[in-house]
Ligand binder design. Structure first.
Ligand SMILES: [Fe+2]
Ligand SMILES: [Fe+2]
Length: 165
């Protein structure tokens, strides 16, 4: 099957995109799939859209650049940006008063630990270990979006609590 570039970048659930980019020797994150992944809280959806766009670009650099310094810098930007995202989501979860922030914080910490593994890999010049940690991060993040963020924020949205956004 031959796929257009748009299909590669925007394929539903990313299966075709991931496979095709894998065949080409590199991987990429999914763009945020607003139709399928809406949390029903607009600012959270907008934040995910921006986050995925940035992480896709950064992960592309990290996974494909032969310049280790550049990869490490991109990884630092990725870590800072994702850390901000985690704080943003956790503040909403805490503010909802539903007492469900623990699972969010736990999963975020696991994801951040993968980026720390990647940093250690680059610092030790173990490029394949560093890249494997980033690949795992991108895949685990998509799982996190689907099985943690979506149900949690939909629950917060449907609970009708007033959020201080
Ligand atoms: Fe999250
Ligand atoms: Fe998220």
């Amino acid at each position: 099957m031959r796929l257009s570039t748009r299909q590669l970048l925007c394929a539903d659930r990313g299966d075709y995109g991931r496979q095709a980019f894998s065949w080409l020797g590199f991987s990429i994150m999914n763009p945020w799939q607003a139709n399928f992944w809406s949390t029903e809280i607009n600012c959270v959806d907008d934040e995910h859209d921006r986050l995925h766009e940035m992480l896709a670009a950064l992960s592309f650099v990290i996974l494909n650049s032969t310049n280790q310094t550049l990869s490490l810098e991109a990884l630092g930007v990725m870590r800072n940006r994702f850390n901000e995202h985690c704080k943003f989501e956790e503040s909403i979860a805490v503010g909802s008063g539903l007492g469900m922030e623990d699972i969010l914080q736990h999963d975020h910490a696991e994801l951040l630990s993968l980026l720390e593994d990647a940093r250690i890999g680059f610092c030790n010049s173990d490029i394949s270990a560093a890249r494997a940690a980033v690949e795992r991060f991108t895949q685990d993040l998509m799982r996190h979006d689907e099985v943690v963020d979506l149900p949690l924020f939909r629950l917060i949205s449907s609970s009708g609590v007033a959020l201080a956004l």
